[in-house]
Structures are given as C-alpha cells and as structure tokens.
Ligand binder design. Structure first.
Ligand code: EPU
Length: 425
C-alpha cells in the first residue's frame, strides 16, 4: 500500500494551484447518460474517485476519450441495460447519482448500497433518493441475499413530482434535479442543498436544453424536456482543496502562501472564521494569499450546509485549532463519525476532549509530534497531513488511497511550497 513520509516543521511559502472540484466532476459522468451527444469536460481533477466514476460510465456502455490532461469527451450512445457494477458502487458514494439517469433512460437500475468514506451512520443512508424516485413513479424493491442486499428500481416513465427533502442533501438534490430533466411534467424540489456545485450543474444542464430554475436556492423547479444535447462543462475550482491549503498555510504560519485558481467567494464562512482567529489573508479575484501572524486565537465552529461552514473542512480546521491560543468547541452536525480522527491527533500531542460523537473541545496551542498513522478517510487524511507538516519529526501516513480519492497529486503540489513529503509505493 502507498504511504506518505512527511518530515514536519519546514517553512512553507510560494504558490499552489487548486484543482477542479471533485464533487462537481463526479456528477458529470451520470449526466452523460441523459444525452446521446458528446460532453466535453475540462479542468477535471485526476483523482481516484473521478477514475471510479469514469470506470462506472464505461462499464455501463459509455465512452471516455482523453483529449489532454484534465480534458476529456464523454459520450453514451448505448441502448443496452447493464446493472451498476457492484465492485465500483462499493468504492464511492457518488455512484448513487447514476441511478436516476439509468431510471430515466433505461427504465431500471439495480445496485448494492453505495460505499465511500465511512463518516456517517453505519452506512450512509440513501432513503431520500429512494423516496424521491418513488414519488416520481419508480417501484423500489430491496432484495436481500445472505448478509447483503440489492436495490432494484423500475419505472416505465418517470413523472414530475413535488419532493421535500426532510434533511438537506447535496447528492440527493443533484440526483433528483438531473433525473427530473427527462421526466414528464414539472418537478418541484424543496429544502434543497445550495452548494456552488449544484448551481454549476444546473447551469450546465440548462446549457444543453434542460429547464431548471432556482438552483442555489432552497426550491428548485424543473420542467421535463424530451431530450438533452451535448456541450462543454468546465469544472469549477475545488473549494475544499482551496480551503485545505488556506488552513495549512495558516496553521504552519511560517511563510507567504498564494493559493491560485480558486473562487474565494465559495469559502466565505472560512474567511469569517479567519477574521475571528486572526489569520492574515488577502482575497484576490481567483486567489487567496495567507501571510504569517504572531498569534492565532481559538474560535468555535459548527458545521452547516452551504453557505455555512462546510463539514469537509472541519477536520483541517480542528488541526488548525491545535495551534491557536485558547479552547474551541468543534461541533460536527452533518456526520457522526467525522471527529473520530481526533484520537490520532491526540496521539500526536494535541489536547482534545471528545464530548460526544458530534462535539470535541480543542485546547491550544500544543506542539505536535510525528508518528506512524493510518488515514481513516479522505478529509481526516488531509487534516493529518497538515498536522504532520506542522509537527516536529517524521510522520508516516498509510492508506493514502483515501487521500488520493479527492486530492490531485497532493504531495507534488505541497512540495512546490516547500513541504518535505515523499510518496512511497
Ligand atoms: N442523508 C440521509 N439520507 C439520504 C442522503 C443523505 O440521511 O438519503 C444524510 C447523510 O447521512 C448526512 C446528510 O444527510 O448526514 C448530508 O448528506 P449529503 O447527502 O448532503 O451528503 P452527500 O451528498 O453524500 C456530499 C459530498 C460530501 C460532503 C456532503 C456535505 C459528494 C460526492 N459528496 O455528500 O463530500 O461532505 O455533500 O457537504 O458530493 C467529501 O468530499 O469528502 C465528501 C464527503
């Protein structure tokens, strides 16, 4: 298994480029099922989860042609029905987004429970997807085989429906929004997620013939159309990539770091926290500069759906708080397993008290010390890299597949700002 070896305590400065958004890129592959024409995708991140989405499209009969780095054409002309490949569905949560387009164009979809980061209740639930598809006229069956189960969904023709999400869901909103594009009549989605990736997806779908109104607001209306065309989809910058680097630069607090190719407007909740804790930063149009300061102050955080503080940056922020003066309460409201990694941080020297699965108190500043560890999931993995870069001594991080799932060539990019990080295969 590949590992990272990190020698901590080096001063970090220079420029670092943000990649295309993982969570935007993953959703364009299922969109390919909705049209027979070519979609040209650009600014695509080369990460493991995107490779899995690509493999899923190909397994279903689609084509992906690389034009150059970060640019490819995707196309789905096939008429044959193929079950979603379980070995891929088991690997990434966003595989669930293929289900709606399969139903809309093939009339059925069969798949096991999707995998991905183990950060939520036992296995992250898909009940809101299933009830949304049911409202659109699909029949949902759960077939049990020994200890496993398979979902089988069938629908002659999906119909527009009014769907209320009892809990805000990003992929749920995206999934039902894209599926409704080819359903008969109007669909109204209520209590939708408002993430920038959803707006980007709706804008693209509208550019190829869909009729979507309201993306980025809690209510989205979609009028079904008969077909969609092809088009060009430029993936927006990854706000989590940008936020991770901003937090790393603030935590390392050793030199000037310029984070390029990002959209600072997508991270307002982070900047407002930076104001409170005293980070010295400057926002450009497509960049953020972080400069060293004498002292950082602790500040509580509560994760929230967009535009609130994003759960995906909670673990990096928790590491940052180990370097700030005072106590901060970290309240993770979205997932109940995203604070488990603090155990590893404590072993590195952090002073963290877990109150319950959703809340932890970090008291700083504390020195961190390198050690051997295993990356538990994608964002905790990135957070532990930050900790290792700040720490005294050597850290060995195992299971970096988890990190490669969402961060493009992270070690290469970090070396450009002076980090001592090596990949061992
Ligand atoms: N939920 C349900 N039932 C459902 C769907 C979701 O109870 O049918 C719950 C989840 O268990 C969770 C909450 O609703 O407690 C929110 O989950 P959501 O559906 O919004 O998460 P997601 O769409 O699966 C996306 C991102 C995540 C990011 C969250 C929240 C993708 C592929 N994933 O997940 O990204 O944390 O939104 O912003 O878009 C990551 O990049 O590391 C990552 C996990």
């Amino acid at each position: 298994m590949a590992k990272f070896i990190i020698q901590g305590g080096k001063s970090l400065s220079g420029e670092i480029k943000v990649a295309g958004s993982k969570n935007a890129a993953l959703k364009i592959f299922p969109v390919a099922l909705l049209t027979k024409e070519i979609i040209r995708v650009s600014n695509a991140p080369e990460i493991e989860d995107v490779l899995r989405a690509r493999e899923t499209l190909v397994a279903l009969g689609g084509e992906v042609k690389k034009i150059k780095d970060g640019v490819f054409d995707i196309n789905f002309k096939g008429n044959k029905y193929i079950d979603l490949p379980s070995e891929l569905v088991n690997k990434f949560r966003a595989s669930i987004v293929f289900v709606g387009p399969m139903l809309a164009t093939r009339g059925k979809a069969s798949f096991p429970h999707p995998g991905g980061c183990v950060i939520g209740a036992a296995s992250r639930p898909i009940d809101m997807f299933l009830s949304g598809f049911k409202k659109m006229g699909a029949k949902v069956e759960i077939l049990r085989y020994g200890s496993g189960q398979v979902y089988r969904l069938t629908a002659k023709k999906l119909k527009g429906a009014e769907i209320f999400f009892p809990k805000i869901t990003v992929t749920g909103t995206e999934s039902l929004m894209m599926t409704a594009c080819l359903a008969e009549g109007e669909t109204i989605l209520k209590n939708c997620a408002m993430e920038p990736e959803i707006i980007a997806l709706a804008d693209f779908l509208n550019s190829i013939g869909a009729k979507i109104e309201g993306a980025g607001a809690p209510t989205i209306k979609i009028k079904g159309v008969n077909k969609l065309k092809g088009g060009e989809y430029k993936i927006i910058p990854d706000r989590i990539d940008a936020g991770t680097f901003a937090i790393l630069a603030a935590g390392s607090n050793s030199g000037e770091v310029l984070i390029e190719n990002c959209n600072p407007g997508h991270l307002e909740a982070l900047w407002s926290l930076f104001d409170k804790i005293g980070v010295n930063y400057f926002l450009g149009k497509n960049s953020v500069k972080i400069m060293p300061v004498k002292k950082l102050s602790a500040c509580d955080v509560t994760t929230h759906e967009y535009p609130g503080f994003v759960t995906d940056l909670q673990s990096p922020y928790t590491v940052l708080m180990t370097q700030a003066c005072g106590s901060s309460l970290i309240h993770e409201t979205i997932y109940d397993r995203r604070l488990i990694f603090t155990d590893i941080l404590t072993q590195m020297g952090a002073n963290i008290t877990m109150c319950d699965p959703h809340r932890a108190v970090v008291t700083g500043p504390t020195k961190l010390y390198g050690r051997k560890l295993v990356s538990p999931d994608l964002r905790a993995g990135a957070a532990l890299i930050i900790a290792a870069l700040i720490a005294n001594g050597k850290t060995e991080i195992d299971n970096i597949y988890q990190i490669d799932r969402g961060y493009e060539r992270l070690d290469e990019r970090l070396r450009k700002i002076g980090a001592n990080i090596k990949r061992i295969n």
